[in-house]
Design a protein around this ligand. Structure first.
Ligand code: AMP
Length: 425
């Protein structure tokens, strides 16, 4: 099964080839045909499944027909990072087709965005707060929007953005195609979908429940300290084979390189590898030549799980379901497993959602000199600003509290050798 089946315009197909995509992922196989037929789609899929291209490719295909220079597709995303990623994917897939997009989010000067919007773009990828700002200032014209995408809708709900989304939708033409992607389907998302989608095609990919047998360890950490913390955990914990997840290909590569330089038996798996190198990495990980594999979500698809004893989320996944999916690689075969997750200030919102899902199975840890203090958990849904860079500043609530709760601290494990046996399986 190849991308040729979709009969994409040659200029868009060139983008697919430039990115090295050979086989469509399941969400692409199921979503691209109905989206190309202008159907509304509700996709239950997590990040890492290839969902961005699943909606970007049919949108690009649609834009090949008709006028250019008006905003004809609007993508709403919960975080600045996701908005940028989608903008980048459009740039890469749509380069030959000369389709122009803009990314709109808070936390940066609005004037540059106003100039860019005046400069005639075809697609806007935006966070809700700043988009509303533009609407109120009359600096964006949404009257030509033909396709609306709500990406990571459950994450938007977690962050308290749904009222903003509903306000934005009122400014769009009623006659349009609407696509909603979400990793989970809580009641509020279901009701949003009921209100916004017409006779949608429902697509469900890789939805899993958290694995009961896994213990989840969270480490509050700053980005710059992650590699030192990773080495510390690898040194102090008895691990058979470890899968380390990073968010990007380049980080997978650089983390593997740093571990290699420090003498670890490590390989990496990411989209840039030739089939031969990929096979070499996989074989080496399976037969134990490499104890550590550093991979991105999509590259890790199809990895044989039987020997994986530990998963380390060097970068937090984007959704609770993506977390479950990653962790599903341990525990299943070994019956028990451990998952380590590095949580930076930016991840506080998702850490909060995960805490609700994982409950008592979640333990916070600190390592002297490497971790920061614990994330605040005041029981209220985390609310980010539209820059996606964390909670609103100066709202009287610190991201990481200095007064740690005693019950969390008492749960900390010390990773000295006398404690190692509890990590072995
Ligand atoms: P997403 O779930 O959209 O965030 O995609 C995750 C990663 O998978 C991104 O790095 C994409 O470039 C990559 N990707 C998407 N579709 C494919 C495909 N068909 N083959 C290989 N990589 C893909």
């Amino acid at each position: 099964m190849s991308f040729e089946k979709f009969k994409l315009d040659a200029k868009i197909f060139a983008g697919v080839q430039a990115l090295g995509y050979k086989v469509p992922t399941p969400i692409q196989l199921e979503s691209i045909p109905p989206i190309m037929e202008s159907r509304d789609v509700m996709g239950l899929a997590q990040t890492g499944t290839g969902k961005t291209a699943a909606f970007v490719l049919p949108i690009l295909q649609r834009l090949m027909q008709g006028p250019r220079g008006h905003i004809r597709a609007l993508i709403i995303a919960p975080t600045r990072e996701l908005s940028e990623q989608t903008h980048k994917a459009i740039g890469q897939l749509g380069r030959r087709a000369q389709i122009r997009s803009a990314s709109i989010y808070g936390g940066v000067n609005i004037n540059g965005q106003i100039t860019k919007l005046r400069d005639r773009v075809d697609i806007v990828s935006a966070c809700p707060g700043r988009l509303l700002d533009h609407i109120q200032r009359n600096t964006i014209d949404l009257s030509h929007v033909e396709v609306l995408v709500l990406d990571e809708a459950d994450h938007m709900f977690d962050m308290g953005f749904l009222p903003d989304v509903r306000r934005i939708v009122k400014h769009l033409p009623a006659q349009r195609q609407t696509l909603l992607f979400s990793a989970t389907m809580p009641e509020d998302i279901r009701s949003l979908a009921n209100d916004l989608l017409t006779n949608p095609v429902n697509i469900k990919i890789g939805h899993e429940a958290p694995i009961e047998t896994v213990t989840h360890h969270f480490y509050p950490v700053q980005m710059a300290t992650k590699t030192a913390l990773l080495k510390d955990i690898l040194d102090k914990t008895e691990m058979e084979s470890v899968l380390v997840f990073t968010r990007t290909k380049s980080r997978a590569k650089s983390v593997a390189l740093q571990l290699d330089k420090s003498g670890y038996k490590v390989t990496s798996l990411h989209g840039n590898l030739t089939q031969q190198k990929r096979q070499h990495a996989l074989d080496g990980f399976r037969d134990g030549r490499y104890e550590i594999m550093v991979a991105t979500d999509i590259a890790a698809r199809g990895i044989d799980v039987t020997r994986i004893s530990h998963v380390i989320n060097y970068d937090m996944p984007s959704t609770t379901d993506a977390y479950t999916h990653r962790i599903g690689r341990t525990g299943r075969a070994a019956k028990t497993g451990d998952a380590f997750t590095f949580v930076t200030g930016e991840d506080a919102g998702l850490a909060h959602s995960l805490k609700r899902v994982l409950g008592e199975k979640l333990e916070y840890h600190s390592v002297a000199g490497l971790t920061t203090s614990m994330p605040v958990d005041d029981g209220s849904p985390a609310r980010r600003n539209s820059s996606g860079r964390g909670m609103k500043p100066n709202n009287g609530r610190k991201l990481f509290a200095t007064k740690a709760r005693p019950n969390i601290r008492s749960k900390q494990r010390s990773f000295d050798s006398s404690n190692r046996s509890q990590w072995a399986h």
